[in-house]
Write a protein that binds this ligand. Structure first.
Ligand code: AQP
Length: 344
């Protein structure tokens, strides 16, 4: 049995999170994840943020689109406030240790655990037999993304909570099976008013890159007119806004727009409602548009500028990948030793 090298209580605080370059970065990704990546950049010692291109190919991606989306995502990270001098920014496929650890975790995780994942069930639907094996194994790769850095905190949107729980289960089972305390039991960080931004067309469905309707989401590349038009057309109900949060129960579309206002302004839902309670949507939507344009237009302008400097983006990704490998390689080596791989 291998000796424990580090116990959970002694893990250095480290933040990891990722976003898939599987389409346009949208408002849900921004409020649920990216905006909070930026806040944490200033809070903790080391932050690693990844463009998870290997996750993206679990469903078909046109190669040229994948390249463009990866660079655009990196531009979005930087335009939103991530600083390559402070955070390690890289794309997943440049750090092969993710895939190597994922194989070990494929052998730790159980089929039943994967079958219970709601994202797998939602994405595979009635067509599971035709889905890629990668889509099924997605949460084991996600566990590897996190644990290859011994990350202790992972900022994510609400939809990733179950995958984070599975990451904890994989770490605990590995530690138990091999009699070590090698992997930390990572904490999900799911905070703020907008941890689950919903579609503008259906307040019961998550805002998502893969929704075929572009009107269902605000893309971070949308210009001011497009943002205003999408908010104007967003589905609502005929009632005026309530003055208290409990008045939003059973009103998913109204709740969504109020949550977005709170997320963008930094106010709590109660504070927003104390200002806008009693107003009709005809009055509230222009307020929301103005706020969204003020917060998002500078990001999209900066993204467009950075996209003109692709060599610079590629350099940032390559440099970030080499920094990430410095952390990942010894953790993989130790994992191989624990597992009993000769030559590790
Ligand atoms: N609607 C959302 N509200 C709040 N947070 C969200 N996130 C995604 N959608 C929302 C958070 O963004 C981060 C990156 O997500 P991802 O791109 O890796 O995967 P996803 O959750 O599957 O996002 P999409 O847009 O729905 O992509 P597709 O359509 O390709 O599957 C995560 O932290 C996520 O919680």
């Amino acid at each position: 049995m291998t000796e424990a090298v580090q116990t959970s209580s002694t893990f250095t605080p480290r933040v990891f999170s990722g976003i898939q370059p599987s389409g346009d970065l949208h408002l849900g990704n921004y409020l649920g994840a990216l905006k909070r990546f930026v806040n944490m950049q200033n809070d903790v010692v080391q932050t690693l943020y990844c463009m998870v291109d290997m996750h993206a190919i679990t469903v078909w991606q046109d190669p040229a689109d994948l390249q463009k989306a990866t660079r655009e995502l990196c531009a979005g990270f930087i335009a939103a406030g991530l600083d390559p001098q402070k955070s390690i920014l890289f794309n997943q496929s440049q750090v092969p240790e993710h895939a190597q650890l994922a194989w070990i975790f494929n052998c730790v995780a159980r089929m039943g655990w994967m079958q219970r994942m709601t994202q797998w069930k939602d994405k595979s639907g009635k067509n599971a037999q035709n889905m890629s094996l990668g889509l099924f194994a997605y949460p084991a790769l996600m566990a590897a993304d996190i644990l290859i850095y011994h990350a202790t905190q992972v900022p994510v949107g609400e939809d990733q909570k179950q995958h984070l729980e599975l990451t904890r289960d994989i770490a605990a089972k590995f530690n138990h099976d091999y009699g070590v305390e090698f992997f930390p039991i990572t904490e999900p960080v799911i905070e703020g008013a907008a941890t689950r931004v919903m579609s503008f067309r259906d307040g019961t469905k998550k805002m998502s890159k893969s929704d075929p309707s572009d009107a269902s989401r605000i893309n971070m590349t949308d210009d001011a007119d497009t943002i205003a038009k999408k908010i104007r057309k967003a589905k609502t109900d005929p009632e005026a806004l309530p003055s208290e949060a409990k008045g939003l129960e059973d009103r998913p579309e109204a709740r969504n727009l109020v949550n977005i206002y709170a997320g963008l302004s930094g106010l709590s839902v109660d504070q927003v409602l104390s200002d806008v309670g009693g107003k009709q949507f005809s009055e509230f939507k222009p307020m929301l548009s103005e706020l969204a344009v003020a917060k998002l237009a500078p990001i999209s302008t900066e993204m467009a500028r950075l996209m003109q400097e692709q060599d610079e983006i590629d350099k940032i990704l390559a440099h970030g990948a080499s920094q990430a490998r410095e952390i990942a390689a010894p953790i993989l080596k130790k994992t191989y030793e624990i597992v009993g791989m000769v030559g590790a």
